[in-house]
Design a protein around this ligand. Structure first.
Ligand code: GAR
Length: 204
């Protein structure tokens, strides 16, 4: 069973989806720890309900280095094999020993509409503003730049004439629910090979 750590900042829908896919038997994994950058969020309630240990590590008043070191120390206690950023809204500087083992999901087709300040509804508003006809989600290995790193899976959705950020976000999220578990499963099966900026999906 793959030992997963999940980093959240709020809603926890991505965490809930990962747990659901584990409970259904689609993913042979175990969430060993949930780290939240905010206290009192719904995602922490989900962790508690599921009996998953959780830690709150806030960003405020700390340097990036202090914040990242705290996260790394919390992760190290649980020896996760894969770390999933799941709506984690802070930048985490990934240490050498976790590079290639941190995944992120972004609600747009990277490398567009990503980067600092591009999260949640802001992303969908920017997509609508730009007049895109398609959007989607991207699961990628995270490196030490915002919303950056080798892409594992992308899934697309149409942008409809009467879309609002809400309706587009909901359509994209349906694809996120498929894409993230798929990427985690491929990782668990040892089928993801990073070659430069590209990820090769190895046959079964
Ligand atoms: C998801 O749509 C995820 O793709 C997005 O935040 C949402 C988290 O929802 N992530 C980003 O925008 C990262 N740049 P949740 O907190 O309910 O799981």
């Amino acid at each position: 069973m793959l030992k997963l750590a999940v980093l959240i900042s709020g809603g926890g829908r991505t965490l809930a989806n990962i747990i659901e896919k584990i409970n259904e038997g689609y993913l042979s994994a175990q969430v060993v720890v949930v780290i939240s950058s905010r206290a009192g969020v719904k995602g922490l309630e989900i962790a508690e309900r599921e009996g998953i240990p959780s830690v709150v590590i806030t960003r405020k008043g700390k340097t990036l280095e202090q914040f990242s070191n705290e996260i790394t120390a919390a992760l190290d206690k649980f020896s996760p094999e894969l770390i999933c950023l799941a709506g984690f809204m802070c930048f985490y500087r990934i240490p050498e020993h976790y590079l290639g083992r941190v995944m992120n999901i972004h609600p747009a087709l990277l490398p567009c509409f990503g980067g600092k300040g591009m999260y949640g509804h802001r992303v969908h508003e920017a997509v609508l503003q730009a007049g895109c006809k398609v959007s989607g989600c991207t699961v990628h290995f995270a490196d030490n730049e915002y919303d950056h790193g080798p892409i594992i899976i992308q899934r697309t959705v149409p942008v409809l004439d009467d879309d609002t950020a809400d309706t587009l976000a909901a359509r994209v999220f349906e694809q996120e629910k498929i894409a993230y578990p798929q990427a985690i499963k491929l990782f668990a099966e040892g089928r993801l090979k990073i070659v430069g900026r590209r990820v090769r999906i190895l046959p079964e």
